[in-house]
Design a protein around this ligand. Structure first.
Ligand SMILES: [Zn+2]
Ligand SMILES: [Zn+2]
Length: 280
């Protein structure tokens, strides 16, 4: 397992590597632009070269990018839909430039129109975006916490998207422990977790699972509330070890997206706690 965290890339994309190294990470997740603005960040060739150089020096085994929070590929409004596709496109371009292995995204919300109606907007958008992927850079759908009309609340929904895209070879998934928990998958229980992993394997294929988000939860099992908590202090507490040590997950990057001690994200101490919880 490669232990890592989502880190800020403010001040220059390469600074994400500096921060990850200082935290003792083997893997890192970054935004390639501000997640709450449509406007893309222009990364200079020098910044990109420095990122790649620093990654080598810091021995970061896995780099993934997270798309903007604003993206909603299921939105029927052509303006928002178009902006979402354009933003995903620039995330993929920036990810390719820095040598990232994946762009993780939330599929979006059907805004009450229903899953099938949402799919009609999601599928053509993904078909177009998958053109920009390579054997080294995949698109990774993240499971949602299941609030409102969000798409991706279950393996069934993720599998339906996969089916609609004819099991595209570069469309993978990222599983978030907190989102699974609040969607009703008790990841602290080995039997429940085995069943959920088996469902991924039979419906999508475990080879498509390329990344984990490891977050504890402030919200209850099945509550559909997306409230991440830090390692060791949420409702899952030591039970998160069951998720972390599952045999199917051991080759994957495990990325923290937790609030951390001051609400600014995880720190070195939390990465150490993550390793300790895993037992490595
Ligand atoms: Zn996540
Ligand atoms: Zn979340």
């Amino acid at each position: 397992m490669l232990f890592g965290a989502h880190v800020s890339s403010s001040g220059g994309i390469w600074q994400a590597i500096d921060r990850a190294e200082a935290m003792g990470c083997d893997a890192v997740q970054v935004f390639t632009q501000s997640p709450r603005m449509w406007r893309p960040t222009n990364h200079t060739p020098e910044a990109v070269a420095r990122f790649r150089e620093r990654r080598e020096e810091a021995r970061i085994g896995s780099v993934v990018c997270h798309a903007l929070y604003l993206v909603n590929l299921a939105n029927p409004d052509p303006v928002i839909h178009g902006k979402s596709v354009a933003a995903m496109r620039s995330s993929l371009e920036a990810a390719a430039a820095i040598g990232a292995e994946g762009v993780i995204f939330h599929v979006g919300s059907h805004l009450g129109a229903g899953f099938e109606a949402g799919l009609e907007h999601v599928v053509p958008a993904l078909r177009e975006l998958l053109e920009l992927t390579t054997d080294d850079l995949w698109l990774l759908m993240e499971n949602s916490a299941g609030a409102g009309g969000t798409i991706g609340r279950s393996t069934d929904e993720l599998a339906a998207i996969h089916d609609a895209l004819d099991h595209h070879p570069r469309l993978g998934i990222c599983i978030d422990s907190c989102h699974w928990y609040v969607s009703g998958v008790d990841v602290t229980d080995r039997t429940a977790l085995d069943a959920a992993v088996e469902e991924i394997d039979s419906r999508i294929g475990l080879d498509r699972l390329r990344c984990l988000h490891v977050n504890d939860s402030k919200a209850a099992l099945g509550s559909n509330l997306d409230r991440h908590d830090s390692i060791g202090v949420g409702l899952m507490a030591a039970g998160l070890r069951t998720f972390l040590t599952h045999p199917a997950f051991q080759e994957l990057p495990a990325i923290l997206e937790t609030p951390g001690p001051e609400g600014h994200g995880p720190d070195a101490d939390e990465v150490a706690r993550l390793r300790a919880l895993h037992g490595s």
